[in-house]
Design a protein around this ligand. Structure first.
Ligand code: BES
Ligand code: ZN
Length: 617
């Protein structure tokens, strides 16, 4: 080949490469959505997916997942199909097995960018090859040091609300459901589990096969990989955990099977065959996540005395409210969480009695009142139906959805009677199985199926107005009345060792600590600590509120080492926020920043985003 030929070939080659790069990365605006119900947090519209097949390789060295995802699609007459992506490098797209062009929409800081693939009305499948980024927001890659066993690395994903798009190019909207299958390859010494059918022991070759036969939205796809072992809890329940955590987990969660049976007797058949739990390392940013068939839980619920298992009741309840009937978009997050919180308390009441559940309800009401005050009782973020346009859903989804939602349902129960309300809920779940729900549709359904008019209940006020409606229940707890009496006695007399206190559950302790005024003297907290050793409690709920109070009252100077250890060890956002906020509020932002610097590598991106905000200049 002479030089001229060579240059001619080279220039063709350069042009081809240039064309390929161009057509992959050309940014263009996306046509407006025309769906009657659309989700402002997804680029998906009209043409939808209804089956996904994932082929994944998990690489701990580069901290990437190399994947191919094949979707069965329904074109609905559209020229393009739109997927949500935020991060994954898309290397190839095929439509019906043939290589296809693809483009990306304009990048949005919150939503990522649409992957746009041209299709025909007869197209059946779209195959996308991709590699995730090492910093994919859904994924947390842990070093062996960050696990219980200290020997093997660990990976987990957290999809809710809009993070699945950071590890799978997908239609990431809670209103779009599909079934999925997966083949996952991991290092041989590790086990992979997903929110799908799971095996009970490690495979020989590190290859795992999964199937989710019920249709789910993208935020409920989840994966975890680590040194895991399984143990049965009941005929359809079990726990996965690192070997050193397994026995403790089995003890703690021994009532799981009973919870499933109780939930079924309340609101109808469990739709997902099995209900297993996965105990994560302490960096898990939530208490629990209702991944179908496999709830992900923080190890901080393992208190040793089963005192925090309402969290399991909560995640289990999502199998109905959330996973079975799902909020259509994140503005109606309360339809997932409010129903679930109400349902959680009903499970707890059935299993552990009213006296026990009254304690949970009183604590919840106090939290609701505090959140309402903190956010501002006229702030739109205290509505049940949110307006998250232009915002990251994670920023607007606060505890109002849980408590205002649950208390609205409690108010309805009190007004129409429990039997009527339970019948209503049974029907509600079965009639909307595997469908999505929004506030308007729910309001309409309630108006048709409950005697709301004649009872003059203003549900619109609950859903679309701020603050705490006047007809919200004020729960009372006998046991807390005794705690309050003891509290008065102690603070009046200065004598801290009192009869009966030794028998308190963690909920009574949380109540007691929550009553302590910020103006209490550090010496008083010190005396309480001396009598009851709260600083070294093994119960994370007690530790959390105790550390917050210690900071607010100035006692923290003496126990800073323990507070620091807690913040470094635990990545559960609900615990981090009050402690960092208290430090900030007491003029100790420098201390907070110093601790955070050390703790940050242990936090999931969800917690990092929140704490970054909280401690920024
Ligand atoms: N689905 C939520 C967790 C979640 C909420 C993830 C918002 C992403 C965005 C889960 O069911 C939940 O509510 N967890 C609570 C525990 C519960 C007992 C209140 C938690 O993590 O604290
Ligand atoms: Zn929940």
């Amino acid at each position: 080949m002479n030089l001229k030929d060579f240059y001619a070939k080279l220039s063709v080659f350069v042009m081809v490469v240039f064309f390929m790069l161009c057509c992959q990365h050309q940014d263009k605006p996306i046509p407006p959505k025309t769906d009657p119900v659309f989700d402002i947090h997804s680029f998906a519209r009209e043409a939808i997916i209804h089956h996904a097949e994932l082929d994944l390789e998990v690489d701990f060295i580069t901290r990437r997942i190399i994947g191919v995802v094949t979707y069965q699609i329904e074109p609905r007459g559209q020229e393009n199909i739109f997927f949500d992506t935020q991060g994954p490098d898309v290397t190839q797209v095929k439509v019906d097995g043939k290589q296809s062009q693809f483009t990306f929409g304009l990048e949005d800081k919150i939503l990522g960018k649409a992957l746009i693939v041209p299709i025909k009305s007869t197209s059946k499948s779209v195959e996308i090859s991709y590699t995730t980024q090492a910093d994919a927001a859904a994924l947390q890659w842990l070093t062996p040091q960050q696990t219980a066993g200290k020997k093997h690395p660990f990976l987990f994903s957290q999809g809710q609300a809009i993070l699945t798009r950071t590890w799978i190019p997908i239609q990431d909207s809670p209103g779009i459901r599909f079934r999925y299958k997966a083949r996952v390859k991991v290092p041989k010494e590790l086990m992979a589990v997903m929110s799908a059918t799971n095996v009970e022991s490690k495979s020989i070759d590190g290859i795992y096969h999964f199937e989710m036969p019920q249709p789910v939205p993208a935020y409920l796809i989840a994966i975890a990989v680590g040194d895991l072992q399984f143990e049965q809890l009941g005929p359809r329940s079990g726990v996965y955990a690192e070997p050193s955590m397994l026995a403790k987990a089995v003890y703690e969660f021994s009532d799981t099977e009973k919870m499933i049976n109780t939930a079924e007797s309340l609101y109808g058949p469990y739709a997902w065959d099995r209900y297993d739990l996965l105990v994560l390392p302490p960096s898990f940013p939530f208490g629990g996540m209702e991944n179908p068939r496999l709830t992900f839980v923080t190890p901080t619920v393992i208190a040793g005395d089963r005192s925090l298992v309402s969290l399991i009741a909560h995640e289990l309840a999502h199998s109905w409210s959330g996973n079975y009937v799902t909020n259509a978009d994140w503005n109606d997050f309360w339809i997932n969480e409010g129903f679930t919180t109400y349902f959680e308390r009903r499970i707890m009441e059935s299993l552990y009695g009213k006296e026990y559940t009254d304690m949970l309800a009183v604590l919840a009401k106090k939290d609701w009142v505090a959140a309402n005050r903190d956010i501002g009782s006229t702030n739109k973020d205290t509505h049940l139906h949110l307006d998250l346009k232009g915002r990251n859903p994670d920023d607007g989804m606060n505890s109002i959805a849980y408590e205002k939602g649950a208390f609205m349902l409690q108010m309805l129960e009190d007004t129409v009677g429990r039997d009527t309300f339970d019948l209503f809920l049974n029907k509600y779940f079965s009639q909307h199985a595997f469908q999505s729900m929004n506030s308007a549709k729910l309001l309409d359904y309630m108006n048709h199926h409950l005697p709301i008019d004649s009872l003059r209940i203003d549900l619109k006020e609950w859903i679309y107005n701020p603050g705490i409606p006047a007809n919200a229940e004020n729960p009372v707890s006998n046991r807390f009345e005794q705690v309050d009496t003891a509290y008065q006695k102690m603070f009046k007399s200065g004598k801290w060792a009192i009869d009966g206190v030794k028998k308190w559950s963690s909920h009574e302790w949380v109540r007691f600590i929550s009553q302590i005024q910020d103006t209490a003297k550090p010496e008083q907290l010190k005396a309480i600590d001396k009598a009851y050793h709260l600083t070294v409690s093994g119960n994370s709920e007690i530790l959390n509120i105790w550390f917050e109070k210690a900071i607010r009252t100035g006692y923290s100077k003496e126990i800073m080492a323990e507070i620091e250890a807690f913040l470094i060890q635990i990545g559960r956002r609900k615990y981090l926020v009050p402690i960092y906020r208290a430090l900030r509020g007491k003029g100790q932002i420098e201390t907070a920043r110093r601790i955070y610097l050390q703790a940050k590598p242990n936090y999931h991106s969800i917690a990092v985003n929140t704490i970054d905000q909280l401690l920024k200049e």
